[in-house]
Design a protein around this ligand. Sequence first.
Ligand code: AMP
Ligand code: ZN
Length: 135
Amino acid sequence: MTDCIFCKIIKGEIRAYKIYEDEYCIAFLDINPLNPGHSLVVPKLHVENILDADDETVSAVFRAVKRVSRLLLDKLKASGVNVLHNAGREANQEVMHFHVHVIPRYDPHDLKLTDWWRSNVKKLDLEEIYRRIVS
Ligand code: AMP
Ligand code: ZN
């Protein structure tokens, strides 16, 4: 896609700190990192997000996510990673080219990604949501 910033990075038209490449994907450092080494894994094929991607592309991206995670752990001495994907504008996806965030973690308190652990979903709500999914 001509006006897509990540397609331009893939083609080398815009500079990025590329840390990984294989036949299907590249990974580069996020320009606005949440933690040191925060990287984006991106398929070379332009698709919007996981909902739009074929299974082969999804597999290739997550294989690369695993390799990039290992790379960041090895090279940056990180202890873990958060793997995050925003699919759709409602989910805060800003760049509409499929990408998975790999965020290295060094300490349980080094980053507060969101308040996701403070769930406000009550047991009753869970039951209702479960039924909606399995019906
Ligand atoms: P998302 O909200 O999941 O679409 O996140 C898009 C991410 O892309 C953000 O974390 C941005 O900091 C990052 N980003 C945008 N432009 C660039 C760029 N030119 N190079 C590296 N990262 C970028
Ligand atoms: Zn693109």
